[in-house]
Design a protein around this ligand. Structure first.
Ligand SMILES: NCc1[nH]cc(CCC(=O)O)c1CC(=O)O
Length: 333
């Protein structure tokens, strides 16, 4: 009787936060299914988890991913799952984003006291005599929330905060802040969507480029694994986030810059035919926003990233022509 040795487990490097564990757990399950191999989670601490500094001060790009990438390059883990919006736009040659699985809800959400929505919160100053406080460390969110409040003839006070989802929601539960803004995807993946008091329309607040999407990364040298992981790839999500991230890169902005972008795929009921890409940059006080959109055809198979790249680049050029560059130098603090 022959004995087949059990396939060795694939090591999935993950941060220890509830969100990272939830995201890794989701992908681990899918990887087990497509490879038939066991997947074991290896916990890794990143600078972004331990630093008490505000993200905008640390300098933004890559703080959550560097330790995971180092572990990949040292061969300590076989693959890693990142929030795509935390991934720098330039990809090192030694590492490959083997899959971008189907995206979750890309929108931001409001979690406010007393079930309030943003408009009620912004207008509450008229009765309380004091602007409502909204916690977010993101210049992108600050710029758009302040602009939205202005358009209502009202005002909110954006307060820079950071920390994990529990910490941020804790500021509202303790009464320290009136509201916080977070990504819908994070709330969904940690099972807390019931605490959301408003799903913020992209017409008012465009999410971060790549928000709600995951990137499954492995060493480029591990080509066989990359091919297996590619089974998890969703070409439409890849097309959309490619357009968004190309826009971000072409604006020469990092993840802590006040840039929002969202590509929607539009269909005729049968197939996806068009993509609409919207982008925004603004001043943190919301006084000036440059917001533009463009629509283009999506190749029938949705494979290939040339079209989305061109759309991202062209929209960035139009935004730069409207003065976008002058709005991006600001820091949150
Ligand atoms: N910058 C932190 C971060 N990175 C990814 C998410 C949420 C998940 C996602 O956007 O995919 C969050 C938290 C948040 O913005 O609320």
């Amino acid at each position: 009787m022959t004995h087949t040795p059990a396939a060795p487990a694939l090591r999935l490097g993950t941060r220890r936060s509830k969100l990272a564990m939830a995201q890794s757990g989701l992908v681990a399950e899918q990887v087990r299914r497509v490879t038939g191999r066991p997947v074991e989670l290896v916990e890794i601490t990143t600078y972004g988890d331990t630093s008490k500094e505000h993200l905008a001060q640390i300098g933004g790009t890559g703080v959550f991913v560097t330790a995971l990438r180092d572990a990949l390059l040292r061969g300590e883990i076989d693959f890693a799952v990142h929030s795509l919006k935390d991934l720098p736009t330039t990809q090192p040659d030694e590492l490959t984003v083997a899959a971008i699985p189907a995206r979750a809800d890309a929108r931001d959400v409001l979690i406010a006291r007393d079930g309030l929505d943003f408009e009620q919160l912004a207008l509450s100053a008229r009765t309380t005599g004091k602007a409502a406080t909204v916690g977010t460390g993101s210049p992108r969110r600050m710029a758009q929330l302040n602009s939205w409040a202005r358009s209502l003839g009202a005002q909110v006070e954006t307060v820079p905060i950071r920390g994990n989802i529990d910490t941020r929601i804790g500021y509202v539960r303790s009464g320290e802040l009136d509201a916080v803004v977070l990504a819908a995807a994070g709330m969904e993946r940690t099972g807390r969507l019931d605490e959301v008091t408003e799903l913020l329309s992209p017409d008012a607040v465009l999410p971060a480029p790549g928000q709600g999407a995951l990137a499954v990364e492995c060493a480029s040298a591990n080509a066989y694994l990359a091919v297996q992981l590619a089974e998890l790839d969703d070409p439409y999500t890849r097309a959309a986030v490619t357009a968004e991230r190309t826009l971000l890169a072409a604006l020469e902005a990092g993840c802590s810059a006040p840039v929002g972008a969202l590509a929607d795929l539009l269909g005729d009921g049968q197939a996806v035919t068009e993509m609409r890409l919207r982008g925004v940059v603004g001043t943190i006080d919301g006084e000036t926003l440059v917001q533009l959109s463009t629509t283009g055809p999506v190749p029938a198979s949705a494979d290939g990233t040339t079209v989305p790249q061109n759309m991202g680049r062209e929209l960035a050029d139009e935004m730069l022509a409207k003065g976008a560059a002058g709005l991006m130098g600001e820091r949150a603090l």
